[in-house]
Write a protein that binds this ligand. Structure first.
Ligand SMILES: NC(=O)c1ccc[n+]([C@@H]2O[C@H](COP(=O)([O-])OP(=O)(O)OC[C@H]3O[C@@H](n4cnc5c(N)ncnc54)[C@H](O)[C@@H]3O)[C@@H](O)[C@H]2O)c1
Length: 369
């Protein structure tokens, strides 16, 4: 079998921490040959760090796309470039895995979806939280009907102080928003995926930027209040066409003790499930609960237990995520994260921002521009 060839556009933190380590473990199937970054030294450093021999280095992504031998592109640039770079890559005949969020608004995400369909080239978005052990188990239980009809959900993406101070995360023009588009997107994706419901009726939301002067105790170091022009938190209520609801909360900074990220809480007709952080035990937990013979029960799944001889800790969520993407290309099947699902997440986030701006409830089908 011919090895697939890959190029990376954007050689920053996520390319270094998620993509390259995972791709290095898939060397039998894929070879990373090209690196593009607007500051060429970053492209060079990334290739060197992972001992890539004779890499092709580019400053301009259009030049990279001229290389006909490249099968797929990984897009790891700030959010505002996702759509433009994905569309150009698909049109150049490449498959694309683009980092989350899919795009900064509905219009740009729609274009990505349409061009993927038109060109027949595959597209997926980097929602690696679907590949966590707890998420995979929860999804199995949901698909199996263990919770019955899931009609109420919460999507949690809440940090007490975790404003990303590297890169351009606080810049509205380049990122399209703050905590909601950055981490809210993961939690919302998880909730929709578990519910397997992409039929949205309406969205009501608010955003806040009230703590920008309280830049101490931040996980990633203090930020500059002068350059913080996106929301630090957002709350939203999403109604689905079948009457189910999702309560979405996202925050990079919030005075709360209920901080948990990329997690969901689900309530169904047969039972419920909660993903949560057990702070005392310093671990994540997945709890299934319900009633049985007239009694209420809870069953906690310890997410850290594994059979001793299974080296599960050596296989990261990103390894699983990128592995299934490569297999989807080789076996010509759909990736786990389809572009349509990511499009719906993007459109809901766009609707939350629109609702926060106007103070109105946004009818999902009417949001298009
Ligand atoms: N999946 C996750 O959980 C996760 C985590 C972090 C970041 N991300 C996403 O990854 C993307 C990048 O984030 P990051 O943390 O790596 O940021 P970063 O700032 O560390 O890296 C971005 C890189 O892109 C380069 N770049 C910017 N514009 C470019 C252009 N026009 N052409 C070529 N290169 C360009 C920058 O020089 C930089 O090296 C964002 O969309 C972010 O949302 C996802």
């Amino acid at each position: 079998m011919r090895k697939l060839k890959a190029g990376i556009i954007g050689c920053g933190s996520i390319a270094e921490q998620k993509y390259m380590p995972a791709l290095m473990k898939l060397k039998e199937k894929v070879e990373v040959v090209s690196f593009c970054n607007r500051h060429l030294d970053k492209a060079q450093k990334l290739a060197e760090k992972f001992h890539v021999k004779q890499p092709d280095l580019y400053k301009n992504y259009q030049d990279l796309l001229q290389d006909e031998s490249i099968d797929m592109i990984f897009i790891c640039t700030p959010n505002c470039f996702h759509s433009e770079m994905t569309v150009a890559s698909l049109e150049a005949g490449k498959h694309v895995m683009c980092e989350k969020p899919m795009a900064i608004n509905t219009k740009e995400a729609k274009r990505m979806l349409e061009v993927s369909e038109k060109t027949g080239k595959k597209l997926t978005i980097g929602y690696q939280n679907r590949f966590r052990k707890d998420s995979l188990l929860l999804k199995k239980a949901c698909d199996h009907g263990d919770l019955g009809e899931i009609y109420a959900a919460k999507a949690h993406a809440v940090r007490r102080r975790g404003v990303p101070t590297w890169g351009v995360f606080m810049n509205k023009e380049l990122q399209g928003g703050g905590s909601l588009i950055d981490i809210g997107t993961h939690a919302l994706d998880l909730a929709l995926w578990c519910m397997n419901n992409y039929e949205v009726d309406s969205v009501t939301g608010v955003t806040f930027n009230k703590l920008k002067d309280q830049n101490q105790a931040n996980l990633f170091g203090p930020w500059d209040p002068e350059t913080f022009d996106v929301e630090e938190s957002a709350l939203a209520f999403i109604k689905m066409k079948n009457g189910s609801v999702i309560h979405l909360e996202s925050a990079w900074a919030l005075h709360t003790l209920d901080d948990r990220e990329a997690m969901t809480t689900l309530s169904g007709t047969k039972g419920g499930a909660v993903m949560q952080r057990n702070k005392a035990a310093n671990r994540d937990e997945l709890i299934f609960h319900g009633d049985m013979y007239g009694e209420l029960y809870e069953k906690t799944i310890d997410n850290h237990s594994s059979i001793a001889y299974t080296p599960s800790s050596l296989i990261t969520d990103a390894d699983k995520e990128i592995g299934q993407w490569i297999d989807a290309l080789i076996e010509e099947k759909d990736p786990v994260v389809t572009p349509y699902q990511a499009y719906v997440v993007t459109k809901i986030i766009d609707a939350v921002y629109r609702s926060a701006e106007t103070g109105e409830t946004i009818i999902y089908d009417e949001l298009d521009y």
